[in-house]
Design a protein around this ligand. Structure first.
Ligand SMILES: *[C@@H]1O[C@H](CO)[C@@H](O)[C@H](O)[C@H]1NC(C)=O
Ligand SMILES: *[C@@H]1O[C@H](CO)[C@@H](O)[C@H](O)[C@H]1NC(C)=O
Ligand SMILES: *[C@@H]1O[C@H](CO)[C@@H](O)[C@H](O)[C@H]1NC(C)=O
Length: 389
């Protein structure tokens, strides 16, 4: 444990991304077929308790594996997780009933299908609101077509596997990645890239209306307060960050409506919402604190043809130990405005340090058509050593 901490400390001091170098690759597309994330269907016409039955049945062993790992590892590493795990049998089962419909019943259905206690399913769902590092990009080409993509990086400091040189959690998470078609009246209402058994949304697109991704906003006041307020019923006049996204995908009829809602709604935690729409200049990064938007950065202003968000406020310099945005901006500029395609974005997301050992998937979205493609990502040390984050 001690040596591991020292290694991390030294990496921070020497600014790992300088050591591991940066890339702007051209030849990563198309990914091989074993990299394609499978798609499953959640039928919104079914009662909430039945909607996740198929997915929960297929992924049951992987969900159990991850929940067991969270419980076991929490005890040694994260105070927030320790606290949540201590509530797993007492407060968390009852929490399902405090969530707005249909979420409580959906969680009960997943618990019933998998046989995993409800408190642990609630823990598993809260967990994703806490530990995500990511990169999101929205870009517009010279004809006004807009694409939106994201890397999901997950599992920082939750256990380094010395034997395999990987983050244990990221390895356990990859088998759970799935695309979901949410259908209503026989049609696809919206699509997401998610983790089996997780009912909120981190990445999603409603065809013809908008696409959305969320990045964690760290070290900012209010991180866990909202969750504690919710659990202990101090204040429930707020929405969970990823449920607000799903609400918008379900109900929003326009890009502007989604932007306005996610700018104003009270949240349990700070975050970055990145949205894109089908029309020129429809792209935005909303920097959220719990009760208001601290900043709204628009595509198209100051001739910006792309927006990038990692996990830091866009008006500040990123920390030296985690500067993924500068190489990402350079790579987008190298590709240029005439190369806004799934291929070009995938190449950017597959370049280091946007790709690192925490990266589990890349998702690519086209709001105008609803096209969504997701690929498993691995950062291997074979050609060159890969940065841990
Ligand atoms: C999901 O929806 C897309 C259309 O948006 C369709 O092409 C695909 O076949 C659907 N997948 C499944 C598993 O139903
Ligand atoms: C780590 O490597 C060992 C031996 O190569 C392998 O059996 C094991 O499954 C790996 N663990 C993970 C989490 O990938
Ligand atoms: C929550 O909202 C309700 C209705 O708007 C209000 O009566 C209540 O005082 C609010 N509670 C808090 C803690 O803000």
């Amino acid at each position: 444990m001690m040596t591991y901490r020292i290694v991390i400390f030294l990496l921070v001091i020497f600014s790992i991304q300088k050591i591991f170098g940066k890339q702007c690759l051209n030849d990563q597309w198309p990914p091989k077929s074993d990299r394609i994330v499978p798609t499953h269907v959640v039928n919104l016409d079914l009662p909430p308790v039945e909607r996740w039955k198929e997915i929960a049945t297929i992924y049951k062993p992987a969900i159990i594996d991850l929940v067991d790992y969270i419980k076991q590892f929490a005890l040694s590493i994260s105070p927030e997780l320790q606290f949540l795990v201590s509530l797993v049998d007492t407060k968390l089962p009852a929490m399902a009933d405090t969530l707005p419909a249909p979420y409580g019943d959906e969680l009960k259905g997943i618990s019933h299908t998998t046989g995993i206690p409800l408190g642990e399913i609630v823990l598993y769902n809260i967990f994703y609101e806490i530990f995500t590092l990511c990169t999101s990009i929205v870009a517009e080409d010279q004809n006004g077509n807009i694409l939106h993509g994201r890397n999901l990086d997950f599992g920082l400091l939750l256990g380094w596997d010395m034997l395999n040189n990987t983050w244990t959690l990221s390895e356990k998470l990859r088998p759970l990645i799935t695309q979901v078609n949410f259908t209503q009246h026989g049609q696809v209402l919206f699509k997401t890239t998610s983790f089996a058994g997780y009912i909120g949304v981190i990445t999603g697109v409603r065809p013809g209306i908008f696409s959305i991704s969320m990045n964690e906003r760290y070290g900012f006041k209010g991180g866990y307060i909202g969750l504690i307020e919710w659990i202990f019923n101090i204040n429930r006049n707020q929405s969970f960050v990823t449920f607000a996204m799903r609400d918008m995908l379900t109900t929003s009829e326009s890009y502007n409506q989604a932007v306005e809602y996610l700018t104003k709604i009270k949240l349990t935690a700070p975050c970055y919402y990145i949205l894109a729409g089908p029309k020129s200049k429809q792209g935005v990064i909303i920097t959220r604190s719990r009760y208001e938007a601290d900043d709204i950065k628009q595509l198209g202003n100051d001739n910006l043809w792309f927006l990038i968000e990692t996990n830091y406020d866009n008006w500040k310099k990123p920390p030296v130990f985690d500067d993924r945005i500068t190489p990402c901006i350079e790579c987008m500029k190298t590709k240029g405005k005439n190369q806004v395609t799934f291929e070009s974005l995938f190449n950017v997301f597959s370049s280091r340090p946007m790709l690192n050992k925490l990266t589990v998937y890349t998702a690519l979205m086209e709001p105008a058509t609803g096209r969504l493609e997701s690929y498993y990502q691995y950062c291997r040390d074979e050609d060159a050593p890969c940065a841990p984050w």
